[in-house]
Design a protein around this ligand. Structure first.
Ligand code: ATP
Ligand code: MG
Ligand code: MG
Length: 309
């Protein structure tokens, strides 16, 4: 199975409004509730692709119970979330039908106690031997040490399990120093990490800091990979209109699915680019459009970039 870790799980609420304005009462035309948090999104996409996937992280309170109940209906997905005394956060995305853009509100998440963090580390250590790969995704909730991902990366490495990190800021900086197999920053996260806006220079700088491979996601421009065996670009045929929320999580899912199936780098990148564009295309945030995925996967190619990795 593939293991995903979401320390800051969420229940994601999406409100659709005709036009978003300040100082105004809005009529909500459509509401969606989904299990959320980045690793949970990754796991749902992997499970829908047919990959046995296990979810760990924290869940608590009524929202935590709702999240677990919603996940229990997913075939191929196993719930190994660790219970906490606090209440799982909610996020609210307001989709403006007129402009097509989304305004996002994220609660910080419940404070995790030292004992709960210890329980998570124990659960993780017991899940690792059964995992073919592990993904560490999203922000850290209050109470979890900033070096948490670095610790989980070292554990995966000593268990011989390939580990992918998708986070930002200081947890990303510290995580990279623990030498993960792969990081998946977006353009802003990569620039913030390295201080350079040129994605290729930045990706190479991230490798020098300890990431074995870097797949940078560049929004509608697709993906850039810098790996020990070469560098590639994979881009969608054109920009897709839709909701980009969770597109990055689908990149992670595509890369892991390819890794688990023994695909080479160009093939992994094609899957990730197609799956993420198909996620933008899907009407519900974090879901992917199956027909669009198959069509895009047949049309996207990964182009090798010159220069030593
Ligand atoms: P997330 O909100 O899930 O964290 P992210 O900011 O990490 O997303 P992005 O770089 O915004 O990730 O998007 C991930 C990938 O999704 C892109 O690399 C690209 O392959 C695809 N993608 C995003 N937006 C578009 C678009 N408008 N058209 C086509 N593909 C897109
Ligand atoms: Mg983005
Ligand atoms: Mg992201």
């Amino acid at each position: 199975m593939i293991l995903t870790v979401t320390l800051n799980t969420a229940v994601d609420l999406t409100y659709h409004v005709p036009t978003l304005r300040r100082h105004t009462t809005h009529r909500v035309t459509e509401t969606q509730d989904r299990p959320g948090g980045k690793g949970v999104n990754v796991a749902r996409v992997l499970a829908r692709l047919g990959h046995p996937t296990t979810v760990t992280g924290f869940a608590g309170g009524p929202t935590g119970a709702w999240l677990r109940e919603a996940l229990s209906g997913e075939p191929h997905l196993k719930d190994a979330l660790v219970p906490i005394g606090g209440t799982t956060r909610r996020t609210v995305a307001v989709v403006d039908a007129a402009g097509g853009d989304t305004t996002q509100f994220n609660e910080p998440g419940p404070t995790v106690t030292a004992a709960e963090w210890e329980a998570l580390k124990k659960a993780y250590a017991s899940l690792l031997p059964g995992a073919e790969a592990v993904a560490l995704c999203g922000s850290l909730p209050p109470g979890v040490p900033v070096g948490a991902y670095a610790h989980l990366i070292r554990e995966a490495r000593s268990a011989g399990v390939p580990v992918l990190l998708d986070t930002s800021g200081e947890p990303l900086r510290r995580g990279i120093a623990a030498r993960p197999d792969l990081v998946k920053p977006n353009a802003a996260e990569l620039a913030d990490l390295t201080g350079t806006r040129d994605p290729r220079h930045a990706a190479r700088a991230a490798r020098r800091r300890g990431a074995r491979a870097v797949v940078a996601s560049l929004g509608a421009e697709g993906l850039l990979a810098e790996t020990p065996v070469g560098a590639w670009r994979a881009a969608p045929p054109g920009p897709v209109r839709g909701n980009p929320t969770g597109a990055g999580d689908s990149v992670v899912a595509g890369l892991l699915a390819g890794l688990a199936e023994g695909a080479d780098w160009p093939d992994r990148l094609v899957r990730a680019a197609a799956l993420s564009a198909a996620t933008v295309h899907a009407s519900a945030a974090g879901e992917y459009d199956e027909a669009a995925y198959r069509d895009l996967a047949a049309r996207i190619t990964a182009t090798a970039l010159p220069g030593a990795a």
